[in-house]
Design a protein around this ligand. Structure first.
Ligand code: GLN
Length: 267
């Protein structure tokens, strides 16, 4: 991009460059430019004739280049909206997906408003699920586990800034750090993408360990099926996200470990 380019021209050029990589190239271009000049998007339309100086062009090129390389907007901006709140995200965590809000909503259907339940989120990543449940059910204690220290740092930041003090973080593999505890509800959005899934190419900027789990994608769910029964209270419940074509396999896995009352919800 050239020096003294007008805002409207800069948006047009950037939109063009993002066409192959983004489903919303113009919106991305506007958001990135707004961030670069530290102004709301509305400013771009109110002052299309403003010109970018050399330093600003350089800064815009920097974020635009990352987006062109396929880096998700959430990583460039450092935030992602989930359950109506702005979560901090970094490349150490999976970008929270809108479909995972269904997991939160199913969990909230199960937890009475006045319940003082122990809730466990395994593989919490950014903490989006744990923090959202904690906000909606302030009387519950939510424990969030992840085996990545970098992910837990992000979750800690989100718990601190968004939750009312009822989220506890634990470092470790799945149920390992909570083996002597009992939970009323366990939730998890584990990695479940098959190792040979073509979709992984477009997810290459996100942590592989948060996406894939063995050849059939079910290794993490195998661990949950095997270990979570031991830390579940009588009448307790586990809610897990899985791939669109894994319902049958997940149900058989759970059954083989003695789980009952298994049901599947589509997103
Ligand atoms: N649903 C995500 C995707 O395909 C994967 C999330 C996960 O593995 N837990 O983009």
């Amino acid at each position: 991009m050239y020096c003294n380019v007008r805002l409207d021209a800069a948006i047009a050029i950037a939109t063009d460059r993002l066409r192959d990589v983004s489903e919303s190239p113009r919106l991305d271009a506007e958001i990135l430019l707004g961030r670069t000049i530290n102004m709301p998007r509305s400013y771009l339309f109110a002052h299309p004739e403003d010109e970018l100086d050399e330093l600003t062009v350089e800064r815009f090129e920097n974020v635009l280049g990352r987006r062109e390389a396929g880096v998700p907007m959430a990583y460039i901006m450092g935030i992602k909206e989930f359950w109506s709140q702005e979560f901090a995200v970094s490349p150490a965590v999976l970008v929270p997906r809108p479909e995972t809000e269904i997991l939160v909503s199913l969990a909230l259907c199960e937890i009475p408003r006045d319940a003082e339940w122990e809730v466990l989120d395994l593989g919490t990543g950014s903490g989006a699920i744990a923090v959202s449940i904690a906000c909606e059910r302030p009387l519950c204690n939510v424990t969030a586990v992840d085996n990545s220290e970098d992910a837990l740092a992000v979750a800690a930041q989100n718990a601190r800034s968004l939750a009312p003090g009822n989220v506890t973080l634990e470092l470790g593999n799945w149920t390992e750090p909570v083996q002597d505890r009992v939970f009323n509800l366990i939730v998890s959005n584990p990695p479940y993408v098959r190792a040979d899934d073509a979709a992984l190419a477009s997810l290459r900027h996100e942590p592989r360990a948060a996406l894939t789990a063995g050849a059939d994608g079910l290794d993490a769910i195998r661990v949950l099926a095997a270990d979570c029964g031991n830390i579940l209270a009588d009448g307790g419940l586990m809610l897990i996200e899985h791939g669109f074509d894994q319902a049958g396999d997940v149900a058989s896995l759970l059954e083989s470990h003695g789980w009952t009352g298994i049901c599947c919800h589509n997103d």
